[in-house]
Design a protein. Structure first.
Length: 256
């Protein structure tokens, strides 16, 4: 009798897990992916996230939910309408998963680039394209997921200041050969001469944008490492837990 009861419980839990995974896939697809590869990757990872999510402790659930809230706060600060917000959300998720970098770092980078290039009148699609190329270029240079997020933020700061120079320029040159070469090509100088241009304040935001947009796509490829794979899973959990929390208000009930 006990064994029969245990078997029924296992079957019920199995069906519940399948139902949760199916529901999860619909939610994440609703968030959307702009790149086919990123969408396929996210679809697979959300099933992993559903399985792992069932074992998460309360504190871990709250951390993922908070991370999702922070991502959305950054995107809200850089968008004016709901349509723009959803497009930005869709874009940064796709970029983070394609590059295997932290979702919050990409969202912060997008937000900084969008706000700090407002005077240039860039469309949202151009801002997303710049964010994507910068992210991939930094990863192609061998940076870890954490380093990539940090450099993206520094680029945004440099653009906000009107020109790349000092620590921001040095960090970008050290982290990404593709970006360094693109900047040198834009100004018609050697990579070694870029520091002098930076010291003179000549590497202005509009020229940086031009250099990035003209970057050779072949220089943006790289092989993902194990760290990037774990980051993708973490991103998927952030989207999953955050989306479920938005619908059900789980953390409010926990903290309340």
């Amino acid at each position: 009798m006990a064994s029969e009861k245990r078997e029924i419980e296992i079957k019920l839990k199995s069906k519940s897990a399948e139902s949760s995974a199916d529901s999860l896939n619909r939610k994440v697809k609703g968030v959307g992916q702009s790149a086919d590869n990123a969408e396929s990757s996210m679809f697979r990872l959300t099933k992993v996230a559903a399985a792992v999510g069932a074992a998460l402790a309360t504190a871990q659930i709250q951390r993922y939910a908070d991370a999702w809230t922070n991502v959305n706060n950054r995107l809200n600060a850089a968008t004016s309408t709901q349509a723009e917000f959803l497009a930005a959300q869709k874009g940064v998720i796709a970029i983070a998963q394609q590059a295997g970098v932290d979702l919050a770092g990409v969202a912060d980078g997008y937000s900084r680039i969008a706000q700090n290039t407002a005077e240039l009148g860039l469309s949202q699609s151009r801002v997303l394209d710049i964010t994507k190329k910068v992210t991939l270029a930094i990863k192609a240079g061998g940076a870890t997921a954490q380093e990539a997020a940090s450099v993206i933020v520094q680029l945004g700061q440099g653009l906000g200041a009107g020109a790349l120079q000092g620590d921001e320029l040095r960090s970008i040159m050290e982290a990404s050969i593709p970006i360094t070469k693109a900047l040198a090509k834009e100004f018609g100088v050697t990579t070694g001469e870029l520091k002098k241009l930076g010291a003179d304040g000549a590497i202005t935001a509009d020229r940086v944008v031009s250099a990035i947009e003209r970057m050779d796509e072949s220089s943006l490829t790289f092989t993902k490492d194990i760290s990037g794979g774990f980051t993708e899973v973490s991103n998927a959990l952030t989207v999953y837990v955050g989306s479920v929390d938005e619908s059900l208000g789980i953390t409010e009930k926990i903290t309340g």
